[in-house]
Design a protein around this ligand. Structure first.
Ligand code: SF4
Length: 254
């Protein structure tokens, strides 16, 4: 059975009767969420470049207006809060150790024009670690395979630490369950392979070249010439079940 967005969000129905206090609380949460940096972000980062769909990256690089409505912000709000807490956990561990085993929120330069902030780096094992806070259906899926986007992202962070002169032996993704206990924490890891980072950056360069070759700024129809790969299309800002133009993609690879 394929995953639905209801599965992803693990939704429960709202109360049947109107509740003004509930409405006020929701308005407060949405207003605060709207001023978070992710709503003001303009520069693309490793997570954008890591997505396997070249057409999606092309839309993002050109900052084209999306057509897909924004999803409920709560998973992102929880994810941000958990990341902040985990950073305090790493700092506490360093204090206890009396040395800096864990480097947190390290700004890395992956290549010219591409920077990122990496969640965690373990100096003892030279491991780059990215926290992902996920719901239970996704956790089940990622236990089998974290997928191409998340894997590519940690290899790009690996390149960033290399560029900073630090050794990188391993890359890892630590999946923290949003709706379960720490018993379910799942860690995927692999040897760092610089060729994977090269490959992801080469794909980025290809997209830059295609944007120019196809002159999409003046001929947006040419976006359809850029290869599309289906991957989490339902969460793609340019996804539409009823595309009305070249900036809306049906997510069928056409
Ligand atoms: S909807 Fe899917 S195929 Fe289309 S641009 Fe987005 S990720 Fe690519």
């Amino acid at each position: 059975m394929s995953e639905t967005t209801a599965d992803f969000f693990e939704s429960a129905p709202p109360p049947a009767a109107p509740d003004p206090l509930r409405d006020d609380l929701l308005a407060m949460i949405h207003a605060r969420d709207y001023v978070t940096p992710r709503h003001r972000q303009t520069a693309l980062g490793p997570s954008d470049v890591s997505h396997p769909c070249m057409r999606r990256l092309a839309y993002a690089m050109m900052d084209e207006p999306g057509s897909n409505p924004e999803w409920d912000p709560l998973p992102s709000i929880i994810g941000t809060a958990v990341h902040a807490w985990l950073e305090t956990a790493a700092r506490h561990a360093n204090t206890e150790l009396g040395r800096q085993r864990w480097m947190t929120e390290t700004k890395v330069q992956v290549t010219a024009g591409l920077t990122g902030s990496c969640d965690l780096y373990d100096r003892d094992t030279a491991t780059v670690i990215d926290w992902k806070v996920v719901g239970t259906p996704r956790l089940r899926k990622y236990r089998k395979d974290p997928g191409p986007a998340y894997k590519a992202q940690v290899f790009l962070y690996g390149r960033g630490f290399e560029n900073a002169g630090l050794p990188v032996n391993r890359v890892a993704i630590a999946f923290v369950p949003r709706g379960a206990t720490l018993h379910s924490l799942h860690v995927w890891s692999a040897d760092y392979d610089p060729k994977i980072a090269d490959w992801v950056l080469e794909r980025r360069n290809q997209v830059i070249a295609l944007l120019d070759d196809f002159d999409v700024a003046n001929s947006p129809d040419h976006y359809q010439w850029i290869p599309a790969s289906q991957h989490d299309c339902v969460f793609c800002p340019w996804y539409s079940t009823d595309p009305k133009g070249p900036l809306q993609c049906p997510g069928d690879g056409s």
